[in-house]
Design a protein around this ligand. Structure first.
Ligand SMILES: [Zn+2]
Length: 140
């Protein structure tokens, strides 16, 4: 004998004994199983709550090293910016201005600027966007 937790299409969960798993499937396929609550014959094995022996890490935790202080969407934004633009560090102000003035070819950059420099760039019409995070510093 084997006991299965079953669920009808209305979501009622109940347990029932069967001679075997095959016997259960035979009864199920012929619509001979009915819900004791509502009489529904659309019966499936209920998914049991998994029993976990030790804590497991969520899969997403392993994908990338994260800074715990950053919400996930900012981490994504940072990853995107870092993947698609050059890090120029503290040269950001001069690089951005040179690009704006056409002295160097346009390219996406990110880096750091003092608040007064950033304000000056914006005042000059240079399209800069403050980032809501500190870029990852690179040594090269
Ligand atoms: Zn039911």
């Amino acid at each position: 004998m084997i006991k299965f937790a079953l669920r009808c299409s209305e979501g009622h969960v109940f347990e029932s004994w069967f001679q075997s798993g095959t016997a259960f499937e035979g009864l199920q396929s012929r619509g001979l199983l009915t819900c004791p609550v509502c009489g529904d014959s659309a019966i499936e094995k209920a998914l049991m709550t998994p029993v976990v022996a030790k804590p497991t890490q969520p899969a997403s935790e392993n994908k990338r090293e994260k800074s715990p202080e950053l919400p996930e969407e900012l981490q994504r934004l940072r990853a995107e910016i870092e993947a698609n633009s050059d890090y120029v560090g503290e040269r950001f102000t001069s690089e951005a201005r040179a690009m704006y003035l056409g002295e160097v070819p346009d390219r996406p950059i990110h880096g750091e600027a003092r608040p007064e420099d950033a304000k000056a760039l914006i005042a000059e019409g240079v399209p800069v966007l403050p980032l809501p995070f500190i870029p990852t510093r690179k040594t090269n």
